[in-house]
Design a binder for this molecule. Structure first.
Ligand SMILES: C[S@@+](CC[C@H](N)C(=O)[O-])C[C@H]1O[C@@H](n2cnc3c(N)ncnc32)[C@H](O)[C@@H]1O
Length: 286
């Protein structure tokens, strides 16, 4: 099959989605477990800068507008939904995890954002009645399978915005533990911008790209940091009691005077924005 067709990239994405880690990433229980500490990342300056810049671009390009209806696919705790809601008519938020959505519900009432609609559903079962001015999707395993991106394209009336990894995601602490427990670094490579970008590009939708590089820092009490690292390692396979104790021991060894442990992930991410109207106009020469 030719690499300059969307079918090629759709087919390639399927071959990369079969492994057990990917299947686990799509289960609600996995994210229910992560929900309690997920928003710790919102305290990180580099992450805040990324979210703010993305909201600014969406506003500048007219994707966020008082008349616009937005869909946030796999919204999680709604980091982006709550930032988009003040600038548009409605944000419909869909996610499979009740734990993540509970956090979003808390934010919706805390910020008085009555235009946020929350739907707990598997994306595969989500069948909206109409289309959306902006379909937004950030950092979800759904972006590994182009069948999901195809659905996002089809229900977007004008804008499609995707945030995903861009070739760098290195957490030294996690890698060290991974080598110690599994004898190697087990984390998946290849789930980043490459396939979605090429898929959209071969559909004739050349996205505008904005890259972000930074250090995503999470400072947590040792117990919480260890729980989070165990959660990440258990994507590979369940850890034995002895292995969990080893993680706890290693993390406790890194505590500062206040009992806190810092974990940093070096990241590069990419924000892709498609304006279907602009894509159509670009091919008119008259
Ligand atoms: C890393 S979080 C990203 C959350 C949010 N978009 C953000 O950028 O902060 C991934 C999210 O994908 C959701 N998810 C995974 N599989 C899903 C599915 N099949 N349908 C809907 N949501 C799903 C998870 O529940 C989780 O909230």
């Amino acid at each position: 099959m030719k690499f300059d067709t969307p079918e090629f990239w759709e087919g390639l994405s399927k071959t990369k989605c079969d492994d057990s880690i990917n299947q686990k990433c799509l289960k609600p229980e996995t994210w229910d477990k992560a929900a309690a500490t997920y928003d710790d990342l919102e305290k990180c300056k580099d992450y805040q800068a990324q979210v703010t810049e993305i909201i600014n671009i969406l506003q500048q390009k007219g994707a966020l507008d008082k008349e616009n209806i937005v869909l946030d696919v796999a919204c999680g705790t709604g980091t982006y939904s709550v930032r988009m809601a003040p600038f548009c008519k409605r944000v419909t938020c869909v996610d499979i995890s009740s734990g993540m959505l509970k956090k979003l519900e808390e934010k919706r009432s805390r910020f008085g954002l009555s235009n946020i609609e929350i739907i707990r559903q598997d994306w595969n079962d989500f069948e909206p009645e109409g289309t959306f001015d902006l379909v937004f999707c950030s950092m979800t395993p759904l972006l590994r399978d182009m069948k999901n991106v195809k659905k996002m394209v089809s229900i977007s009336r004008r804008f499609l915005a995707i945030v995903t990894w861009a070739g760098l995601r290195t957490n030294q602490l996690l890698q060290k533990l991974s080598r110690e427990i599994f004898g190697k670094e087990v984390f998946q490579k290849g789930h980043d911008i490459t396939i979605p970008f090429n898929y959209l590009y071969t559909l004739g939708l050349a996205p505008n790209l904005t890259f972000f590089t930074g250090c995503w820092e999470r400072v947590r009490p040792a117990k919480k940091q260890a729980e989070n690292l165990i959660w990440r390692l258990e994507m590979k396979r369940p850890l034995s009691q002895k292995e969990k104790e080893l993680v706890i021991k290693r993390i406790e060894g890194l505590c500062d005077k206040k009992g806190m442990v810092r974990a940093v992930t070096a990241v590069r991410t990419c924000f892709m924005l498609i304006d279907k109207k602009q894509a159509k106009e670009a091919i008119r020469c008259d």
